[in-house]
Design a protein around this ligand. Sequence first.
Ligand SMILES: Cc1cc2nc3c(=O)[nH]c(=O)nc-3n(C[C@H](O)[C@H](O)[C@H](O)COP(=O)(O)OP(=O)(O)OC[C@H]3O[C@@H](n4cnc5c(N)ncnc54)[C@H](O)[C@@H]3O)c2cc1C
Length: 412
Amino acid sequence: MPAETEVVIVGGGLAGLAAARRLHRAGAPWRLLEATGRLGGRVATDRVDGYLLDRGFQVLNTAYPRLGTLLDVGRLGLGYFTPGVLVRRGDELIRLVNPLRKPAGAAGAALAGVGSPLDRLRFAALTTGCATLPVRRLLEAPEMTSEVALRRAGLSDAIIEELLRPFLSGVLVDRQLETSSHVLAMILRSFARGRIGLPAEGMAALPGAVAAPLPADLIDLDTPVSEVAPGRVRTRAGEIACRAVVVAVDPPAATTLLPRLSRVRMNSYTTWYHATDNPPVYEPILLVDGDRRELIANTVVVSQAAPTYAPEGRHLVATSAVGPSIPPEPAIRDELTRLYGRATADWTHLTTVHVPDALPATPPPQGRLRKPVALGKGLFVAGDHRDSPSIQGALASGWRTADAVLAYLRST
Ligand SMILES: Cc1cc2nc3c(=O)[nH]c(=O)nc-3n(C[C@H](O)[C@H](O)[C@H](O)COP(=O)(O)OP(=O)(O)OC[C@H]3O[C@@H](n4cnc5c(N)ncnc54)[C@H](O)[C@@H]3O)c2cc1C
């Protein structure tokens, strides 16, 4: 490890990698230090007996604006999900498609079965506004919790409790829907504008593609940073002197390295992976619980979207729940039997992935979502907690922070 460089990036998640890409393009000397033995941070995939098990079910939205600058999404070999959901309600399994992805006039039919006709029109109006209004308008709108925003849009208790709360709780990792309406608007916008998919090689292919153009000899794995200060970074292997430091670690680690940052509350997420010979549905579509039981946020046969996630002839089911507790697997399996309306006794439980610090909570006020990244004296902070809690937020934050670093280097 060299004793000095211009910029040290601490953390090799999506934010740190995007920052490195921006600095590399500008020709600024940099070095990235990552605590663990791999890049990607919260986006990781384990290969187990021919299955691809992401560290918590997560998906890539093709509408994320920062993706195009950093990679060719076409080369990820995405397998796509149906733009819609199945809703279990009593004996019925209701199939709803995204109204914005149906031909004009079909929105009502697309949502038939949950909520009233007026609900369908109001939900279509809400999502159309999020998809088409300029981002500036969405982020200048009065801010409130997502739950209040949905009720203010005139949506009934039935559509909120049977469809939107179960669906959004998995997306926002927030069962209470306390997330800022500004974050909700950006999420609805990307759902309306993009497609949802999984890379053929697992979600880890995403940070892999962002890192691919970077010289490997500028990245130090297994190098936890214990201290940052203006002009220097300390590791077990010694100190590096630098002009700027980008702290692109996860939110809890960021407040350890930079105690002046306010602590961010993190929401937890658990995914159970099951394997089966007979998929309970023959479609890549998310199933949510309209019966208000609140145990499971969503379940999906991921191998229907991306067949590479399971060995030939087998199928992989990912089932996720939100919150700090980890319900026992037999309770989850009972719920799966009810939700799919199919026996699950012969399913194999592969593993349970619990991510205690999955996503930063983003209650109002979040304002325009962009928090300051320059802390003074050449110290900078990046990560999803500085933008929106998502892949897009992490990538955009890394890029924006590196822009601020370049301006700082030019001015000093
Ligand atoms: C289960 C789950 C599901 C999700 N689902 C979705 C989804 O469907 N869609 C979506 O858009 N987003 C989703 N997300 C969110 C998305 O994955 C994150 O917002 C994003 O990956 C955060 O990237 P980051 O670079 O900000 O932080 P991180 O990925 O946390 O990266 C920080 C890096 O810093 C390293 N580090 C920490 N401390 C140190 C230190 N002292 N020294 C050196 N390195 C250090 C860490 O090892 C890590 O590699 C999900 C997240 C989880 C966990």
